[in-house]
Design a protein around this ligand. Structure first.
Ligand code: 5GP
Ligand code: MG
Ligand code: MG
Length: 183
């Protein structure tokens, strides 16, 4: 559990650092096996996926390239705006690449469905998704996510890359943000 000042802002720890690491090792083994002989491009969605990318990519044993994309679908609040905007595009050309999108969380699915469509139009050889967290009950569109870490309830969570107003990204666990913080 996190130390005092921050822990007052949290209600429950949903996924611990240990559980995350164990799960990522498991997912990495599947990814290694699925991409044998293929040149894999990991695309992280900034900024939330930074921690997942760091730990997942280091658990892989094959060669990968890493690129980043920044999009925004959330403003300062806790609800999806539904509007996706590219803030930073990829440096890589996706033509004939095997792409694995690395995400922190799938909530409504709106961001990913937009990204998947966008990437498909760039001529990738294959596109799959790996998300550490997913909120099945919040789905507005179905996302075909091949690698999922944990299905969680619809509460707003922070930590391990996930923020509220740019804070809490540096927590090691994933925890539910106490309503008093954003009420
Ligand atoms: P979606 O488009 O699937 O609704 O979610 C888009 C983005 O919103 C996610 O990639 C994530 O950055 C952010 N998001 C969704 N749910 C949560 C949450 O519970 N906590 C935090 N901190 N961010 C979230
Ligand atoms: Mg994200
Ligand atoms: Mg955010």
């Amino acid at each position: 559990m996190e130390s005092s000042e921050i822990s007052r802002d949290l209600t429950t720890v949903l996924v611990t650092e240990e559980q995350i690491q164990e799960k990522l090792v498991e997912l990495a083994a599947r990814i290694d096996a699925d991409y044998v002989g293929k040149d894999l491009l990991l695309v992280g969605v900034l900024k939330g996926a930074v921690m997942v990318m760091a730990d997942l990519s280091r658990a892989l044993t094959s060669h990968v390239s890493i690129d980043w994309m920044a999009v925004s679908s959330y403003g300062a609040g806790t609800k999806s705006s539904g509007v996706v905007q590219i803030r930073k595009d990829l440096d890589s050309d996706l033509t004939d690449r095997h792409v694995l999108i690395v995400e922190d969380i799938i909530d409504s699915g709106l961001t990913l469905s937009w990204l998947l469509e966008n990437f498909a139009s760039r001529g990738a050889a294959s596109i799959e998704v790996c998300a550490l967290l997913r909120k099945p009950e919040a789905a507005k569109v179905e996302i075909d996510c091949k690698y999922v870490g944990f299905d969680i309830p619809t509460d707003f969570v922070v930590g391990y890359g996930l923020d509220f107003n740019e804070r809490y990204r540096n927590l090691r666990d994933v925890a539910v943000l106490a309503p008093h913080v954003y009420a």
